[in-house]
Design a protein around this ligand. Sequence first.
Ligand code: PMP
Length: 397
Amino acid sequence: MSLFERAELAPADPILGLTEAFSVDKRAQKVNLGVGVYLDEDGRLPLMRAVQEASERITQAARPHAYQPIDGMPAYRTAVRAMVFGESNAISDGRVVTVQSLGGTGALRVGGDLLRVLSAGPKLLVSNPSWENHRAIFSRAGFEVDTYRYYDAELKGIDFEGMIADLDAAEAGTVVVLHACCHNPTGYDLDAAQWDRVIEVLIRRSLVPFLDMAYQGFGSGVAEDGAVVERFTSSGLVFLLSTSYSKSFSLYGERVGSLSVVVEDATVAARVLSQLKTLIRTDYSNPPTEGAAIVSTVLLDEQLRSMWADELSHMRTRIQTLRTSLVAALAERGIDDMEFIAQQRGMFSYSGLPREQMVALRSEFGVYGLDSGRICVAALNDSNLGYVADAIASVRA
Ligand code: PMP
């Protein structure tokens, strides 16, 4: 057998594979609740006005396409760092390193590689359940990935004592991936007191936190969702933080994110930055320009920033309305045990529907959600919500 003949057919990505199946589905009423994308009232991917205006300004400036610094566009790094860390002393103390990344995924991978270079792990814990790609990204980076308890199916909420017990039992040096807000896939977030307890265990057990914040602004607001980061910095913990602007700027294809590492002091920060640059240089050399230029233009311009904040806040409140509308539509169809959908946060709902019902939703109705029961509430609208409620009522009958 030749080199390439040895290649086995790898399984399709569970979420993107679903989108492929959806696109060849011929039914007119099909609904894609699989992929994590916010769609507007007309079921379309929004082009945010602030983003469009920033793009126009960038086009008009007609800059040549130079290489960017290895760690990314300076204005972008400063702007996103300020959005995430606010006025934190950690910034003025020079103990935060931030690099531009290829989306949230790229930040997780570069962060994972950095941790391995520094011989962290090899054990790494993700929540059970978590975004599917967490396990794959960190396994590929060389970690032994395991889980800590998170979702309690019976409670329809967080098994918090289970989570604490699992973190408490973890070996010192274990890396712990935590969703900063809008937990994907469950939609259940820790409250402030729970975060404090988690931080206490992380410190006491010498664990290495990796916060993943892919949905800042979709929980309670940009500053409110960012508050968890300040809890970590002010606790004295050293940690990693990935962010993504795919959803909050509707810039999915531009691959915009950041990786920050909060360390002890400025001299450590300089060494960590040098390691990050080495990783990036040998991986993709330097990041692309367009997405970072758009995000920094928006964040650094008062008028565009406030326009963007309004648009993001509209998305957040609209998803909340869709949640209550879905609960009401289900109640009208005799289903009154799914009110929890209105309590969950972010783009997703863990519907609690078992795999067979998720498969039936797909095959009988062309309603595509994940086998785990996750549906993307942000893909509902006035035209498809009733149909989805009918379909759920039918598969549950
Ligand atoms: N982390 C989580 C929890 C996510 O849900 C996602 C996106 N689905 C990412 C990271 C990756 O974001 P991006 O698409 O910007 O790579």
